[in-house]
Design a protein around this ligand. Structure first.
Ligand SMILES: CCCCCCCCCCCCCCCCCCC/C=C/C(=O)SCCNC(=O)CCNC(=O)[C@H](O)C(C)(C)COP(=O)(O)OP(=O)(O)OC[C@H]1O[C@@H](n2cnc3c(N)ncnc32)[C@H](O)[C@@H]1OP(=O)(O)O
Ligand SMILES: Cc1cc2nc3c(=O)[nH]c(=O)nc-3n(C[C@H](O)[C@H](O)[C@H](O)COP(=O)(O)OP(=O)(O)OC[C@H]3O[C@@H](n4cnc5c(N)ncnc54)[C@H](O)[C@@H]3O)c2cc1C
Length: 615
């Protein structure tokens, strides 16, 4: 297995060039995902352990900034499982499982990401040859963003507007070969490359893809839900949105991903806060741990509570996802809208809250939190991307709002699905006659707020579940976390509570006191609570958050690895002797080094042996 933080000629990852980073990413990925393939070969596979193994690998120390192979597992294979018919699954899945083909998922275009009914790529059926003709009519029709597509994947799920017999039937999915399996050269009619450097996830090799009247067999349309017969007849799906299944799956697994990243960030910040001593509470005393400041506790403890809340919620969402998909297989589509709304809401809320909490963890660590070696900036770059990909958060919350408004409008005429059943109770005026500063009282308050402004609250089920399964000692601490999470958000959303519930000023004051008591009660267990995430130093990859607390020694060790400390002067594009700074930046932007050659040398060195099972 590669070392915990693979280096390139002795230079840590942060100091690698764009091209060297790509080679590093490919080398680490083929070794890491050989593990996943071995699980498949040994029959140790299930969607659950794949979710945990692939999720654990992505963002781990080996693939700390993502992987060019991530989309192969996260979207390419799930799309085949979700949208290909049995015959197509028999043809494509075995090759995808053993990685003899590497796939991506191309839906977003330069001109459209959210409004997928507006996508421009066309797939026009030619009955004479029994083929679809894929075409990008404009530059804005180019696929833009698909992970791994730049230089790595040789197949791709492509979402395009389907035309047959002169009529458009909307967007459908197709499996398309984009590179030669032997030479890895782009196939004729395919324009492909990588989109360049990003805020984060720079190991993912996001690419662009354009078609010039590119022909594929009719049977490359994924036909589990809708079909095109040989004569061009279109057979529509039972439900127009069944084709959107891959997006729902990824939104569900993103919630698990946020748990991983939030646990990492708050572990780093809390442990550092126990080591860091700064300022005196009383003159003459020794400097105190910054973890003793209530302001520091206010910054961090709600993130510990949130990590547990999101984990419980993710597990609950995964159960719902599997329940609804079993019903879909039996033809029962009744809960699909609820699943879509739930996945939209929880993906948006957990990614937005995690991004805010990770940034707050960084800010809580002062200057050392700004160091790349702390791992907090990298973690922020990873989680903030999740607010955009797989559906921009604003748009997804609007989808949830749309579902809740429709549910409210049918309150008396339709049986409510499980996650919105509380709306019936909350609708009754008598529901919130008073206010109590208890966990149940706060949740009831939010349900009334939700009722009144149709915002979903999902916390109450997890509290009941938790009280059945933990020891009295652990139950007390977990209830402190629940209390903290509820009182924190009650104070954060006080304006809503004041508007829609009878909470009094006196009760607000006692709520504030209760919040501070909870912070104090949690302080002794703070480090133990993050230790309980059981994240090894190799996973944290942080000078600030290591288990042994040797913060300063590690900061210095890392600083000495910078090439700038290795030699007095270092040439760089910005400091080049000839002063042609702007010309050089423009040359770099227009010609990413990875695009300089049609096939990156890492294909023959790492990827091909991996795909042939020789690694
Ligand atoms: C087999 C191996 C398995 C291995 C498993 C490995 C797992 C490893 C886990 C690792 C950790 C996870 C790491 C996560 C990394 C993720 C990387 C992702 C990379 C990014 C990929 C992408 O971004 S792909 C592109 C994503 N794009 C989007 O999401 C686009 C967003 N836009 C939309 O979804 C839609 O356009 C819309 C919803 C915004 C609007 O759609 P539309 O205009 O068509 O609909 P309407 O608004 O008019 O609504 C009509 C109607 O349809 C319903 N509906 C809409 N969408 C859906 C849906 N998806 N499902 C069901 N129903 C839907 C909507 O509710 C309306 O219903 P009404 O009844 O009419 O109200
Ligand atoms: C790191 C990363 C990886 C990605 N990987 C992939 C991939 O592998 N495959 C793939 O297909 N795509 C991928 N994407 C693309 C991603 O799915 C899109 O970026 C996302 O769907 C948003 O679309 P957009 O970027 O076109 O923004 P737009 O849809 O143009 O939205 C821009 C802004 O407009 C506003 N807006 C848009 N629509 C509405 C509305 N209806 N109501 C209110 N406000 C609105 C929002 O503020 C939004 O932020 C990736 C993106 C990122 C950042």
């Amino acid at each position: 297995m590669l070392s915990k933080r693979e280096v390139f000629d002795g230079v840590p990852e942060e100091y690698l060039s764009h091209k060297e980073r790509y080679e590093n990413a490919i080398r680490n990925s083929v070794v890491a995902f050989s593990l996943v393939r071995k699980m498949q070969e040994e029959g140790k596979t299930s969607i659950n352990n794949y979710r945990d193994v692939v999720g654990g690998l992505l963002g781990s120390s080996v693939l700390r900034d993502g992987s060019p192979l991530g989309l192969h597992y996260i979207m390419f294979m799930p799309a085949i499982l979700n949208q290909a018919n049995e015959e197509q699954q028999e043809k494509w899945l075995p090759r995808a499982w053993n990685c003899s083909i590497i796939g991506s998922y191309a839906q977003t275009e330069l001109g459209h990401g959210t409004f997928i009914r507006g996508l421009e790529t066309t797939a026009t059926y030619d009955a004479a040859t029994k083929q679809f003709v894929l075409h990008s009519p404009t530059l804005t029709a180019y696929k833009w963003w698909p992970g791994g597509l730049g230089q790595t994947a040789n197949y791709c799920i492509v979402v395009a507007q389907l035309y047959t017999k002169g009529q458009c039937h909307g967007i459908h999915s197709f499996i398309i070969q984009v590179r030669d399996e032997e030479t890895h050269m782009p196939l004729p009619g395919i324009k492909i490359g990588e989109i360049g450097a990003k805020l984060g996830l720079n190991a993912v090799n996001n690419g662009f893809l354009g078609f010039d009247n590119y022909r594929i067999p009719r049977t490359n349309m994924l036909m589990k839900h809708a079909q095109v017969l040989e004569d061009g007849t279109y057979v529509k799906s039972r439900h127009s949105k069944l084709n959107y299944g891959a997006m729902v799956f990824v939104r569900v697994v993103i919630v698990f991903d946020m748990v991983n990243y939030l646990s990492k960030a708050v572990t780093i910040a809390t442990r550092f806060s126990a080591v860091r001593r700064q300022c005196q509470l009383k003159a003459g005393e020794t400097e105190c741990q910054i973890l003793d400041y209530v302001t520091q506790q206010h910054k961090l403890f709600v993130s510990i509570a949130a990590a547990h809340a999101f984990r419980i919620t993710a597990n609950k969402l995964w159960l719902t996802f599997n329940e609804v998909n079993e019903q879909l297989v039996e033809g029962n589509l009744q809960r699909l809208p609820e699943l879509h709304a739930l996945a939209c809401c929880l993906k948006a809320v957990t990614t937005a809250d995690t991004a805010a909490c990770v940034e707050r963890c960084r800010l809580a660590c002062g200057g050392h939190g700004y160091m790349m070696s702390s791992s907090l900036p990298l973690t922020y770059g990873l989680v903030t991307a999740a607010c955009t990909y797989e559906g921009e958060n604003t748009v997804l919350l609007l989808q949830t709002a749309r579902f809740l408004v429709k549910t409210y409008q049918q309150l008396d005429s339709k049986a409510l699905t499980p996650t919105v059943a509380y709306l019936k109770t909350a609708a009754a005026e008598r529901f919130c006659v008073g206010w109590s500063n208890t966990t149940e009282g706060i949740i009831r308050g939010f349900q009334v707020v939700a009722m009144r402004v149709i915002i979903m609250s999902t916390f109450n089920e997890e509290v009941q579940e938790m009280s059945r399964t933990v020891s009295p000692q652990l139950k007390e601490v977990l209830h402190q976390l629940v209390d903290l999470y509820c009182t924190y958000w009650a104070l954060e959303k006080l304006s809503d509570l004041l508007l829609y519930t009878p909470i009094s000023q006196k009760e607000v004051e006692s709520l504030r006191l209760r919040y501070e008591e909870t912070l104090t009660n949690l302080r002794p267990n703070a480090v133990g609570l993050v230790d309980a995430f059981d994240l090894r130093d190799e996973m944290l990859q942080s000078t600030l958050g290591s288990y042994d607390g040797r913060v300063y020694e590690r900061l210095m060790e890392e600083a000495m690895k910078s090439p700038l400390n290795a030699e007095p002067m270092l040439q760089s594009t910005l400091g080049s002797y000839d002063g042609r700074v702007y010309e050089r930046l423009m040359e770099e932007a227009m010609k990413s080094p990875l695009n300089a050659e049609p096939v990156n040398y890492t294909f023959h060195k790492y990827l091909k042996p991996f795909m042939q099972g020789k690694l």
